[in-house]
Design a protein around this ligand. Structure first.
Ligand SMILES: Cc1cc2nc3c(=O)[nH]c(=O)nc-3n(C[C@H](O)[C@H](O)[C@H](O)COP(=O)(O)OP(=O)(O)OC[C@H]3O[C@@H](n4cnc5c(N)ncnc54)[C@H](O)[C@@H]3O)c2cc1C
Length: 459
């Protein structure tokens, strides 16, 4: 056996969590980050490479994000961890030792184990390979092409628009009755869904893909409502080299934690990933985990909830880093503030949707408002819609949604903070706000306050 190099700290994974840990801990720690990719990607921007808005090299993160922080970068894949001997096995069989270990291996797109899911052209959307395959599909010489995206969440919708912008026929399938089901409720999704359809995307809702048929490549996609998506208008597909595909199906229905390489069952896991406490400690001493590979509780309900977002991964990594630097920090839980864009609409959601709250047995009251993004007399004023959700017994804010003609992340973050601080709706009606002709409605009204007042009328 070759000599085993030892580090005080090893991070497995070079995504947002791994990079944050390197930046915070690298300057004071003898550490290494291990990840297999040539380049770590800015996943959020991948749809805009498909659209041709940015070249592919712009989504490659620089290795210096890790190495400038004085952390070693090992480009390799971890095959197993020996927790007893504090040793990691790399893909070539060599080993690296650690004193403390952080698992930040993220998550992989979930592809359902249905018939036909391994056919040529059945894809997911996360890796550079996925991106290259979709770029090949776009750039192939076939005159007619059809992409079916399964999952109308933010990633699926952004990819659908990007593919449609290149002239490809696009169908968007989701088993829920409205688009963006984990971000906004159905009434808030109506206008964005109309825009998708107006722009030529076939939205197929209330339908689940149950089978894909074909020999070599996809011929038919079977839905649970009895309907079939076929590609009759396309030429018969030639599968030489994959790049001549004229049909693809991209699953974008959620992520599963990337932890199957860890065989030791003493590392406690749940369906959503590695179990950690608020300090990001796992069930094994000196082993920590954060980011998409862990499961965690909602900051609102205290129950385990999905939360695979870069923003959550970075915050978990910061909490862990400050604990490893000797502070006493706790991760408060997922609030899941997030945003997307559907053509001219900027859309954001935070906390629980009304639908999710009901599913969890929480009694709710909701309020709506509709104003404009600028003074309505301004030439560029656009629609702005807000929905607030509160707990019925206490009138405490537990969710917010915005559909607007202008960016929403600022207002969504304000609502998230209000949820984190357990704000009562009455207090939200006294929010001190700003107004200016280009940036808000008239000083006479504010959309968040109006929605809060609407909610109180029903309390
Ligand atoms: C297309 C797309 C768009 C997105 N858009 C947004 C958005 O707009 N906003 C948002 O907040 N989030 C978005 N996300 C989610 C976000 O990218 C993830 O939540 C985030 O990347 C999680 O960070 P992480 O560091 O936990 O894991 P990852 O970024 O998944 O990184 C995990 C790393 O671990 C490595 N790894 C895994 N297994 C091993 C192993 N055995 N050995 C060595 N290395 C290993 C991986 O190769 C990778 O480098 C998007 C995701 C996708 C795919």
């Amino acid at each position: 056996m070759g000599e085993e190099k030892n580090y005080d700290l090893i991070v497995i994974g070079g995504g947002p969590a791994g990079i944050t840990l390197a930046k915070k801990l690298g300057p004071n720690t003898d550490m290494a980050v291990i990840r297999p990719e040539d380049y770590s990607l800015i996943y959020c921007a991948m749809p805009y490479v498909i659209e041709g808005l940015i070249p592919i090299n712009k989504v490659f993160k620089k290795d210096e994000l890790v190495t400038d922080a004085n952390a070693d970068l090992i480009k390799d894949y971890v095959k197993d961890i020996d927790f007893d001997n504090k040793s990691i096995k790399l893909s070539d069989g060599s080993r690296v030792g650690y004193n403390r270990l952080i698992i930040a291996t993220g998550a992989k797109p979930f592809v359902p184990p249905i018939e036909g899911s391994s056919l040529n052209g059945v894809l997911s959307f996360k890796t550079q390979e996925d991106l290259d395959t979709i770029l090949d599909f776009i750039n192939s010489n076939e005159s007619l092409k059809h992409a079916v995206i399964v999952g109308a969440g933010a990633i699926g919708i952004e990819l659908a628009q990007a593919l449609r912008s290149t002239g490809i026929e696009v169908s968007l399938v989701d088993m829920e009755k409205s688009i963006l089901p984990s971000l906004i409720d159905s009434e808030m999704a109506e206008l964005p869904a109309e825009t998708l359809i107006k722009n030529g995307i076939h939205a197929v809702l209330n339908a689940k893909v149950v089978k894909i048929s074909g020999s070599g490549y996809i011929e038919n996609i079977y839905l649970d409502n009895g309907k079939v998506i076929n590609f009759d208008d396309l030429d018969k597909c030639s599968i030489n080299g994959g790049s001549s595909l004229n049909r693809v199906l991209v699953f974008s229905i959620g992520m599963a934690p990337d932890i199957s390489f860890i065989k030791d069952k003493r590392l406690k896991t749940g369906r959503g990933g590695i179990s950690v406490n608020e300090k990001m400690e796992t069930s094994i001493k000196d082993v920590y985990a954060c980011g998409d590979c862990v499961e965690f509780k909602s900051g609102i309900t205290g129950k385990i909830t999905p939360g695979k977002l870069a923003t959550n991964a970075v915050t978990m990594a910061k909490v862990l880093a400050s604990n490893l630097l000797g502070e006493d920090d706790n991760y408060p839980g997922f609030y899941n503030g997030a945003a997307t864009k559907v053509y001219d609409y900027f859309i954001g959601g935070t906390g629980l949707t009304e639908t999710e709250a009901k599913k969890q047995g929480i009694k709710t009251i909701v309020g709506h408002s509709q104003l404009t993004t600028q003074f309505p007399i301004m030439p560029e004023a656009k629609k702005l819609m807000v929905k607030l959700i509160a707990k019925k017994d206490s009138n405490i804010l537990i969710g917010g949604q915005i559909v607007s003609g202008e960016p929403v992340t600022g207002q969504i973050d304000l609502l998230t903070f209000a949820i984190q601080k357990k704000t009562k709706i009455k207090d939200l009606t006294r929010l001190s706000y700003s107004a200016q002709p280009y940036q808000s409605f008239f000083p006479a009204a504010n959309a968040i306050i109006l929605a809060a007042e609407d909610l109180l009328k029903k309390a």
